[in-house]
Design a protein around this ligand. Structure first.
Ligand code: CTP
Ligand code: MG
Length: 357
């Protein structure tokens, strides 16, 4: 058979295989129900300390990129401006309360740079692995960036969700999803995929939501949160009607091209991935690693190896956790993946299994 035909067949098998790979890894409805019950229970308890407090989910439990047994990210928002509770005290109080009133394994960290409460729920029939849960205080930007990710997913769920979910699994299996060990957070990986779909692919698979003008004028006040511009076009109904991509590549093709782009084309040493603005230079952001500056320790020197700009907190490098070795490993993994997918493997299912070994 002609190699072109074989290749086309491989690509279409790859897309089908990606969908079937991801499907059984999605959370069960039972898991989602238990998580929501836990959130409601904890919110009710927290309201006994501060009636104006709300407990919201963010991260993968509600950005549509959640995998089975993923942790739960929760944040307490206090709506009453009169409630003068500082985060450390509040974390300590909530910690005591949860220890008294629940049988979760509770670990309050009131002295951490960002005070949080860590919770662990024991395994049960509906939750064979239990749940790990972090509760933070007043992190409103996280709610907004979760909404941004969710809106992107909603525009083209079949391609966007499948790609992100697969790449999250791949990154976990290949051990490059450990910010504490010098590699990437899931949030960082997701931003890389969205950057690729908005700014690298031509024609783009997704529009740049932060650059679509609002339909009605919005005030500065509506746009700003904690001094950051958090505007993005979030009218999903209108997006569905008005925006359709003229990029018809299959999810398999996009996956191969994603790996190829980050293996060969993206200039990790000099460039910043910005979902908001497209590729930027490290220099223009002042995110260079000036090794000559005296007194910089190893950590500070490593801070800008891989640069991913947060969509709203634009002075924040989401990938600051990535060390020199971490970046080396990550780039090695992109190359390995490109190799596996482009060496004309016999069957797509086998290629995916090999990829995530
Ligand atoms: N977040 C952030 N800045 C970071 C890391 C995370 O603001 N450097 C916030 C984002 O709102 C993100 C959420 O924390 O959506 C959760 O991050 P993470 O756990 O990395 O992503 P999840 O999508 O929850 O992935 P996982 O399923 O692996 O938990
Ligand atoms: Mg999470």
């Amino acid at each position: 058979m002609h190699p072109g035909v074989l290749h086309r067949r491989f690509l279409s098998d790859l897309s089908t295989s990606l969908f079937s790979f991801v499907l059984p890894l999605l959370p069960t409805s039972e898991e989602l129900t238990i998580k929501e019950e836990v959130r409601t229970l904890i919110e009710k308890l927290i309201k006994t300390i501060e009636p104006s407090a709300r407990l919201l989910s963010f991260g993968s439990s509600c950005n549509s990129f959640g995998l089975r047994n993923s942790d739960m990210d929760l944040v307490v928002l206090i709506d009453d401006p009169e409630a003068a509770l500082d985060p450390s005290t509040f974390v300590a109080m909530i910690g005591d309360l949860l220890e008294r009133e629940t049988n979760f394994d509770v670990k309050p960290l009131p002295k951490a740079r960002i005070p949080i409460i860590k919770l662990n729920l024991a395994a049960s029939p509906g939750l064979p692995f239990g749940i790990a849960c972090d509760i933070g205080i007043e992190n409103r930007l996280a709610i907004e960036n979760t909404r941004l990710l969710l809106t992107y997913a909603t525009i083209d769920p079949a391609r966007v969700r499948t790609l992100v979910l697969f790449l999250k699994v791949w990154a976990k299996r290949r051990r490059i999803n450990s910010p504490y060990r010098g590699t990437l957070s899931s949030y960082g990986i997701t931003l890389m995929v969205l950057f690729f779909l908005v700014h690298v692919k031509q024609p783009p698979v997704l529009p740049n939501l932060q650059r679509i003008a609002p339909v009605r004028p919005i005030t500065e006040e509506e746009m700003m949160l904690e001094g950051r511009n958090v505007y993005f076009f979030d009218d999903v109904e209108m997006l569905r009607q008005e925006w359709s991509s003229i990029n018809f590549e299959s999810v398999g093709e996009l996956l191969i091209d994603f790996f190829r782009y980050f293996s060969h084309d993206f200039q990790f040493n000099t460039m910043v991935l910005s979902l908001r603005a497209g590729p930027l230079t490290k220099e223009s952001k002042g995110w260079t690693n000036d090794i000559d500056v005296g007194g910089l320790n190893e950590m500070a020197r490593d801070r800008n190896r891989l640069c991913i700009e947060d969509p709203f907190e634009i002075t924040y490098n989401v990938a600051r956790t990535v060390t020199k070795d971490g970046l080396y490993t990550i780039r090695g993994e992109f190359m390995r993946a490109t190799r596996i997918l482009t060496q004309r493997p016999e069957r797509a299912v086998l290629a995916l299994a090999e990829l995530c070994r």
